[in-house]
Design a protein around this ligand. Sequence first.
Ligand SMILES: Nc1nc2c(ncn2[C@@H]2O[C@H](COP(=O)(O)OP(=O)(O)OP(=O)(O)O)[C@@H](O)[C@H]2O)c(=O)[nH]1
Ligand SMILES: [Mg+2]
Length: 326
Amino acid sequence: MAKRFSADKYVAGILAGDRVMLSRAITLVESRLASDLELAQEVINQVLPHAGNSVRIGITGVPGVGKSTFIEAFGNYLIQEQGKRLAVLAVDPTSQRTGGSILGDKTRMESLSTNPQAFIRPSPAGKSLGGVTRSTRESILLCEAAGFDAVIVETVGVGQSETAVHAMVDFFLLLMLAGAGDELQGIKRGIMEMADAIAITKADGENAMKAKAARAEYQNALHLYPMAASGWLPKVSVCSALEPSGLDTIWQSVSDYLKLSQQNGFFEKKRRDQNLQWMYEAIRQGLEENFYSHQQVQEQLPGIARQVQEGQKSAFAAAAELLKLV
Ligand SMILES: Nc1nc2c(ncn2[C@@H]2O[C@H](COP(=O)(O)OP(=O)(O)OP(=O)(O)O)[C@@H](O)[C@H]2O)c(=O)[nH]1
Ligand SMILES: [Mg+2]
């Protein structure tokens, strides 16, 4: 088992901005060991009063859209031009399959990964989406307590992970490509509706003109959506992570959004709602884990499942029977 410290020691290290301690605390909240759970919760509880002081930005887009390259460029911009200290986290539902992670390719984030103002943490491998999102959310709090005032959470836009990331950030940025068509990009309408900004990336060289045309199209499409509860009209812009260009416009959108939502109270309300949402999510997960780890359930489930499959028992009767065991 990995080395563990007292909660006080983790907390003191984090508050002092000790990156090694921050990393170890994140490892602790990522742990699935029952024996780590209590310690992790104690650490989280103690850092909670020191957390919350960052802008949390979610970034999504299909594989290959340029997320890693964008985060490298945008991250450097935030540090150099906006004086931010940046933490980059990831929710990667595919890491279970590949054993890798979306932030594994540190070559795409070469300068960021060696920058003392940046902290990059890959997505934990081998966990369920629920497990990953829980630990990512808690990692945000740890990073904030360690003094990082900008947090980027990256996810691949292919499954349910965007919804989970959307539920843990203040601002959600969708990266798109020009001329690929929504279908091709695998972006569902629901994801476009979640976006606070869309950035059409790789707007360089021959692609620059197409990107500008796409910007107008997306901006028009967004006008057709009902006004968001925040009162914010999502912005569409073009950028290039290679040049780099357009990064200041994207940051301008983020700061305009923050200003508006802080003034009209939506920022606070959203964070409170998110907290509550995560409580219910934790309850749901806890109930589920409890259920499946119950000894009698483990013994009886396979047999009952077979009966359901073979039509000898109704699905609902079977569920009720199993639920009664716990
Ligand atoms: N021309 C151009 N190419 C880019 C730009 N950004 C990324 N690329 C290229 O696009 C390819 C994919 O970039 P990544 O940053 O790895 O994309 P990703 O979205 O992180 O991909 P996954 O991690 O597989 O989901 C690479 O070959 C990059 O060099 C850009 O702004 N302009
Ligand atoms: Mg990547």
